[in-house]
Design a binder for this molecule. Structure first.
Ligand code: F6P
Length: 372
């Protein structure tokens, strides 16, 4: 009996999603399965908006950015529908069976792993692939999308160097990564940034300014500051940590809601932090400072060869796992191979840059300031 599988992409888009859809789809078809796509993440599953992923649909998409299926950040259990937020889990279960699915492949980041676990707990055969430019999914060596974004952000830093140098300016470049510093750290090292600020290492603006003034005195009156969007000053990090602890300790529904709101408020206040940092540095160093926010350019466009390879590797391994009946797992990258990791071990966790990660040591060895 041939198997029917569904595929969806969920969360922010990234390069390599189509390569993964193609990898799963072509390998599954080779194993005699039929493949159906759902549009716009879990929303397409709720609204039963499908697209048959036949051979023609899977052809010519390897190098294409974004996702041919569309994506959304909708969650099965908290979905805005007609002005209300509903728990759409039962509708998803119903549509899964209506489409005679034997398995559902969810391609996404940290949030998707949680949503997939929720659906697994409803009895669906779910299997996931880890994607995101942030590289913050737990239990996998790496996520696809990261390498492409790393290349884009590094090239941006290269370009900012010549303009910063010519104008004797500080350029503060904001790099994505959500609450993790992988992208800023990687691109900062590869692009030779003078200062790299990541969420894992709270910074002290005085100490950054001191380093920049010192560079200036030694004949280098320009500096590149690569700042992760989630980087926090030492003072802000204390406030955020306190709010996180409150959230972890909250027991009642009301306490949990309050703690969540105050954490969200802190993060909302954090918006615009890169501009504030630039102003502070200008004030403390007497050098002109400019901000560049790289933004969505980091997520767009054709995937790098490394991401195409990774997405194809994970996608084809996913089809093999479905073929042998292994579900409830994320297909993680491990060395040159793959590993099926139970969703319970992935969901709700975030892979942060460890304090003594080799990249951190290397950055310090070449004299880069990490702002601490
Ligand atoms: O997770 C990928 C990411 O691009 C993060 O780096 C960034 O914080 C976030 O998504 C932006 O999300 P949105 O697409 O909702 O604006």
């Amino acid at each position: 009996m041939s198997k029917y599988i569904g595929i969806l992409t969920s969360g922010g888009d990234c390069p390599g999603l189509n390569a993964a859809i193609r990898g799963v789809g072509k390998a599954a078809q080779g194993l005699g399965m039929q493949v159906l796509g759902f549009r716009d993440g879990f929303r397409g599953l709720v609204e039963n908006r499908t697209i048959p992923l036949d051979r023609a649909m899977l052809s010519g998409i390897l190098t294409v950015g974004g996702t041919i299926l569309g994506t959304s950040r909708d969650k099965p259990h908290r979905m805005p529908v007609g002005g209300k937020v509903i728990d759409a889990t039962d509708i998803i279960v119903e549509n899964y069976h209506k489409n005679h699915l034997d398995a559902l492949v969810c391609i996404g980041g940290g949030g998707t792993q949680k949503n997939a676990l929720h659906l697994k707990e409803q009895g669906l055969n779910v299997i996931t692939l880890p994607k995101t430019i942030d590289n913050d999914v737990a239990m996998t060596d790496v996520t696809f999308g990261f390498d492409t974004a790393l290349g884009i952000a590094t090239e941006a830093i290269d370009r900012l160097h010549s303009t910063a140098h010519s104008h004797h300016r500080i350029v503060v470049v904001e790099i994505m990564g959500h609450r993790a510093g992988w992208l800023a750290l990687g691109a900062g090292i590869a692009g030779g940034a003078d200062v790299i600020l990541i969420p894992e290492i709270p910074y002290d603006v005085e100490s950054i300014a001191k380093g920049i003034r010192q560079r200036s005195r030694t004949g280098k009156p320009f500096s590149i500051v690569a700042v992760a969007e989630g980087a926090l000053s030492k003072q802000d990090a204390i406030k955020v940590r306190a709010a996180e602890v409150k959230k972890e300790k909250a027991r009642s529904k009301l306490e949990k809601k309050k703690a969540k709101t105050s954490l969200a408020e802190l993060y909302a206040q954090h918006a615009g932090n890169t501009f504030r940092l630039s102003e502070q540095l200008e004030h403390l160093t007497h050098l002109e400072s400019r901000v560049t926010i790289l933004g969505y350019v980091q997520r767009g466009g054709t995937p790098s060869a490394v991401d195409r390879l990774l997405a194809t590797r994970l996608g084809t391994a996913c089809a093999d796992l479905i073929n042998e009946g292994t579900y409830g797992v994320m297909v993680a990258a491990r060395g040159d191979g793959t590993k099926a990791v139970p969703l319970q071990e992935v969901a709700g966790k975030r892979k942060m840059v460890p304090a003594y990660h080799p990249w951190i040591e290397s950055a310090r060895h070449v004299g880069t300031s990490l702002g601490d």
